[in-house]
Design a protein around this ligand. Structure first.
Ligand SMILES: NC(=O)c1ccc[n+]([C@@H]2O[C@H](COP(=O)([O-])OP(=O)(O)OC[C@H]3O[C@@H](n4cnc5c(N)ncnc54)[C@H](O)[C@@H]3O)[C@@H](O)[C@H]2O)c1
Length: 254
């Protein structure tokens, strides 16, 4: 047998797949025979990703949803399951950042960052996980950030959320392990996507990072889908509560 064992045909919901890492992951999952549901506040971008998956022979549906709104998330989850069937895999990928030192930020800035990067994934996990528990199987992969593992200047509240996602995933992984559900975290290092370009408009940080990263380049969106697909497949059935950095060696955890 070749490929990702048990992955094809497992219906997956992915957030933030209108762009960057999420889009690359959705395209790869679609190509691996996974029916994909895309939740993104950028409805046109989400539809564009879905069109590309369908053009390549896959199954994909797009929903214009802001993940900070639980009722909108629940409606989209219902609609995807009605249309395609039970969700077997969830990829919490949507994220957003505000570049500023902590002392220059205000509570309303924190709330926006926390809503998107922490409350959003909690909303989507809540909407999907209870269904997985009822069925006794499921896979959840959340995209955090090495900012949440080692810290990052100018990203304190975002880093707090991403560290929170790691702790949340480990805790829920313990709660649902006996129901056959795994939760793991993929932790990107700095990567060449629109999110990073907003954070580093001058490109100076990218140049400095290219010197600091042992592999001498930023991550690319295509560096992530293979690991996500692996964590969603049957070969990863005994892996849960883990966080794996994908950072060209910039961060190395024991
Ligand atoms: N690019 C990096 O350097 C980097 C580093 C570490 C972690 N990450 C993480 O990787 C993930 C993907 O980021 P990316 O770099 O591909 O960014 P991106 O900006 O290219 O894509 C993020 C996507 O999330 C969507 N989104 C944002 N807020 C949303 C909301 N409230 N509801 C629904 N959709 C929403 C956006 O519309 C966009 O399509 C994020 O969780 C990000 O925090 C990125």
């Amino acid at each position: 047998m070749t490929g990702f064992r048990g992955l094809a045909g497992r219906n997956a919901l992915i957030t933030g797949a209108a762009s960057g890492i999420g889009r690359a992951t959705a395209l790869r999952l679609g190509a691996e025979g996974v029916p994909v549901g895309i939740l993104d506040r950028d409805g046109a971008g989400a539809e564009d990703t879905a069109v590309r998956i369908r053009a390549a022979g896959g199954v994909a549906l797009a929903y214009a949803v802001d993940i900070t709104e639980l009722s909108a998330v629940e409606k989209a989850v219902d609609a995807f399951e009605r249309e395609v069937g039970p969700i077997g895999a969830l990829v919490n990928n949507a994220g957003w950042d505000l570049a500023a030192n902590f002392l220059d930020t205000q509570p309303e800035d924190w709330r926006k960052v926390i809503d998107i990067n922490l409350v959003g994934p909690l909303n989507v996990t809540k909407a999907v996980l209870s269904r997985m528990v009822e069925r006794g199987e499921g896979r959840v992969v959340s995209i955090a950030s090495d900012a949440g593992r080692v810290g990052s200047s100018g990203e304190s509240v975002y880093a707090a959320c991403k560290g929170g996602i790691v702790a949340f995933s480990k805790s829920v992984a313990r709660e649902v392990a006996r129901q056959g559900i795994t939760l793991n975290v993929v932790s990107p290092g700095p990567s060449d996507t629109p999110l990073f370009a907003n954070f580093d408009p001058s490109g100076k940080l990218a140049k400095a990072l290219e010197r600091a990263i042992p592999m001498r380049r930023l991550g690319q969106a295509e560096d992530y889908p293979g690991l996500v697909a692996f964590l969603l497949c049957d070969d990863a059935a005994f892996i849960t509560g883990q966080t794996i950095s994908v950072s060209g060696g910039l961060t190395m955890h024991g």
